[in-house]
Design a protein around this ligand. Structure first.
Ligand code: G3P
Length: 228
């Protein structure tokens, strides 16, 4: 499974990129607002992210458009910013024809806010390059986000869609990831990608037994030095 980072924070993106584990970046309006982003600077910010990660690493930039025509126009503009831009659109009646039109022009769409298998299947059929089912938000309402994810993964992987096959698409991005266990279970069920906020990514690096082992290692190493 590939790791994307779910952030608009350039320092976090740089650090994850330096770890050598980064296969993509996803952003959204809330994440951009969180770093104090302004609408006028949005496109420049996306370009900065694209430069940090390099042109082989997809960067999802979310459209603010609400009609099909606007989504297509904005999608074309965003895609022209850099070769690795992926246009992020929320699944809805307006975005399906927009996804279809953009796919036919060779522009990749990440269909987001997916909460069901039918939504995911429609996204794939319309030509989405990536499909983003949310996990944590199901947990927030007392549902089981991982079971919901598994349903989406199994349903989508049953079929071919005629789009993006040479690139291995459509790929499923596990989104709204909050914990290392979300990552573990997404990998076990065969989700292609997990997009993980930096704080959760850091949690994935750690384990209490690793941290304890490092403390013991340090203490033993001090003993060895004292013996020399
Ligand atoms: O990629 C979508 C993700 O950012 C949503 O996460 O934590 O707001 O549910 P969250």
């Amino acid at each position: 499974m590939k790791f994307f980072i779910d952030t608009a924070n350039l320092d976090e993106i740089k650090q994850a990129s330096e770890w050598g584990i980064l296969s993509g970046v996803t952003t959204n309006p809330s994440l951009y607002a969180k770093i104090g982003g302004k609408l006028a600077d949005f496109e420049d910010h996306m370009v900065k992210i694209c430069h940090i990660v390099g042109e082989d690493v997809p960067v999802s930039a979310e459209s603010t458009a609400t009609t099909t025509e606007e989504m297509v126009a904005e999608g074309e503009r965003l895609a022209a910013l850099a070769p690795n831009i992926v246009v992020k659109l929320p699944v809805c009646e307006a975005s399906l024809p927009a996804t279809h039109a953009l796919a036919q022009k060779g522009i990749r769409v990440n269909m987001t806010l997916v909460f069901s298998a039918p939504q995911a299947l429609l996204a794939a059929r319309a030509g989405a390059r990536y499909i983003s089912p949310f996990v944590g938000r199901f947990d927030d309402i007392g549902d089981d986000g991982l079971t919901q994810l598994e349903t989406v993964v199994n349903a989508v992987k049953n079929f071919d869609y005629g789009y993006w096959e040479q690139e291995g698409g459509p790929e499923i991005i596990t989104a709204s990831v909050r914990t290392p266990n979300h990552v573990t279970q997404a990998a076990l069920m065969g989700a292609d990608i997990a997009t993980v906020p930096f704080a959760a990514l850091k949690k994935c690096v750690h384990h209490p037994l690793t941290d304890r082992g490092l403390e013991l290692f340090e203490a033993d190493w001090e003993k060895v030095k004292a013996q020399a």
